[in-house]
Design a protein around this ligand. Structure first.
Ligand SMILES: Cc1ncc(COP(=O)(O)O)c(C=O)c1O
Length: 389
C-alpha cells in the first residue's frame, strides 16, 4: 500500500525542494520593481551565481521563465538569418539547439548525432574537424549534461578547441550547475544558461544567463530587435538604470537565494564530491541489479543523473507507474529517440545522498522482483553503502 507520506521525487528535474527553500516562498512579498532592498537582494543572488559559475567579469541575469527562455535568448541575440552554427548534437537537448537555430533562420551543422555518439561524451577531434571544414562558423552550441541520456560532455576540452578556432561558445548547463563545476571564465565560455528546478532544488520558473564580453560585442553588432528575449535591454535597463526590464518574481528569487546559500554553506568542493559519490553509488546499484547504463562508461555519465536501458520485456511506463503507485518513488523516462528505451534516476542537489539513492534503488529492486526478475535487494543496498561508507 502506498501511504500519503510515500512521495519521493527522484527525477532529474524538477527535483525535491528542501524545506528551507520552500519557506523562502512564503516570505513577505514586495513590489520588486520599486523596492530598492529587493534590487540589492537580486544583486546578491547574481553575485552568488558569479561565484558558483566561476564567472568573474561576466554579466549575469536571472530571468523569469523556464530554461528554454535562456536557450532561445542566447540564439536570438547571437544568430542572424543565414548564420551557420555548429550544433553539438549528442543528445536530445544537444540536437534540440538546431531547432532554435532554425527558428531564427540560422543554418545548423550537426556533429555527434549518430546513435553511437549519443552514448558518449563528444569527441573533441570531431568538433575540430567540423570547424576546420566550415571556416565561416562563428558560434558553437554545447549541452554540458544532456539530461535525457545522462551524458556529460567535457566542457573544458570542448571550449579549448572552440576557442582555438576563434568561435563563440554557448553552453546549456541547465542540469549541471550546482553539481559539476563549469568554470565559465577559465573555460572562456561566452553564454551559459542554467535553470532553477534541477540541481539547485529551487522551483521551476527562473533561468540564469551568464554572458562574456566577447559575446556582448557580437550581441551589440547583431542588434536583435525583439523585446522579451532582448539581452541588450537587460543590460541597459538593469545594469545602467537599476530597473528590471519586466516584472521580476520576488518569491522565486528568494527561493533561489536560499538554495544558493545551502550550496555555499556546505562548500562547493563538498557538493561536487557528493555528486561524484552519487554517480558511483548509482552505477554500483545498476551493476548489482544487472541493469545496463545508457552511457558507454561512467566517465561519460553526469554526476547529476543516471540513465539505464529499460529491462527487456518490461514497459518503461508500466514499471515507473508501478514504482509510483506501490512504493511512492517517481523515476523518469526519457524523450525523443530514447523514449521507452531509457529510465532515469536524478541525483541532483539534495537527491545526491545515500538516503535518496537507497530509496530509489531498493524500490526499483523490489519492483523488478514483483515483475518476476531475480534481483537481490541487499546487494543493491551494499553497493550504495560501500560508496558512502
Ligand atoms: C539539458 C536541458 N536543457 C534545457 C532544459 C529545458 O529546461 P526547462 O524545462 O526549464 O525549460 C532541460 C529540461 O529538462 C534540460 O534537461
Amino acid at each position: 500500500m502506498k501511504l500519503y507520506t510515500d512521495r519521493f521525487i527522484l527525477t532529474p528535474g524538477p527535483t525535491e525542494i528542501p524545506h528551507c527553500v520552500r519557506m523562502a516562498l512564503t516570505r513577505e512579498t514586495t513590489n520588486p520593481d520599486l523596492d530598492p532592498e529587493f534590487l540589492e537582494e537580486y544583486n546578491k543572488v547574481r553575485s552568488m551565481l558569479r561565484d558558483l559559475l566561476g564567472a568573474r567579469g561576466a554579466s549575469i541575469y536571472v530571468m523569469v521563465g523556464e530554461a528554454i527562455l535562456g536557450l532561445e535568448a542566447a540564439i536570438a541575440n547571437l544568430v542572424k538569418p543565414g548564420y551557420r552554427v555548429l550544433v553539438i548534437a549528442n543528445g536530445v537537448f544537444g540536437e534540440g539547439f538546431a531547432d532554435i537555430v532554425k527558428a531564427y533562420h540560422g543554418i545548423p551543422i550537426l556533429v555527434g548525432a549518430s546513435d553511437d555518439e549519443w552514448r558518449r561524451s563528444i569527441e573533441v577531434s570531431a568538433i575540430d574537424r567540423e570547424l576546420e571544414r566550415n571556416k565561416d562558423v562563428s558560434i558553437v552550441t554545447l549541452v554540458h549534461c544532456d539530461t535525457p541520456s545522462a551524458i556529460l560532455n567535457d566542457l573544458s576540452s570542448v571550449a579549448k578547441v572552440v576557442k582555438e578556432h576563434g568561435a563563440l561558445l554557448i553552453v546549456d548547463a541547465v542540469s549541471s550547475i550546482g553539481g559539476v563545476p563549469v568554470e565559465f571564465s577559465k573555460n572562456e565560455v561566452d553564454v551559459l544558461i542554467g535553470g532553477s528546478q534541477k540541481v539547485l532544488n529551487a522551483p521551476a520558473g527562473l533561468t540564469i544567463v551568464a554572458i562574456s564580453e566577447a559575446a556582448w560585442e557580437a550581441i551589440n553588432r547583431i542588434n536583435y530587435s525583439g523585446l522579451y528575449l532582448n539581452l541588450r535591454m537587460w543590460r541597459e535597463s538593469l545594469d545602467t538604470h537599476g530597473v528590471f526590464p519586466y516584472t521580476m518574481s520576488d518569491v522565486l528569487v528568494y527561493a533561489l537565494e536560499e538554495a544558493l546559500k545551502t550550496l555555499f554553506n556546505e562548500g562547493l568542493d563538498s557538493v561536487y564530491r557528493r555528486h561524484l559519490m552519487a554517480r558511483r553509488a548509482s552505477w554500483g546499484a545498476l551493476e548489482a541489479l544487472g541493469l545496463t547504463p545508457f552511457p558507454a562508461s561512467i566517465d561519460n555519465s553526469s554526476p547529476t543523473v543516471t540513465a539505464f536501458l529499460t529491462p527487456s520485456g518490461i514497459s518503461d511506463r508500466e514499471l515507473r507507474d508501478y514504482l509510483w503507485r506501490k512504493y511512492g518513488v517517481m523515476l523518469a523516462g526519457s524523450w525523443g529517440r530514447l523514449q521507452g528505451r531509457v529510465i532515469r534516476v536524478g541525483h541532483m542537489g539534495v537527491q545526491a545522498s545515500r538516503t535518496h539513492l537507497l530509496i530509489a534503488y531498493t524500490a526499483l529492486a523490489k519492483a523488478l522482483r514483483d515483475f518476476g526478475c531475480g534481483v537481490s535487494v541487499s546487494r543493491v543496498v551494499d553497493a550504495i553503502e560501500d560508496v558512502f561508507d
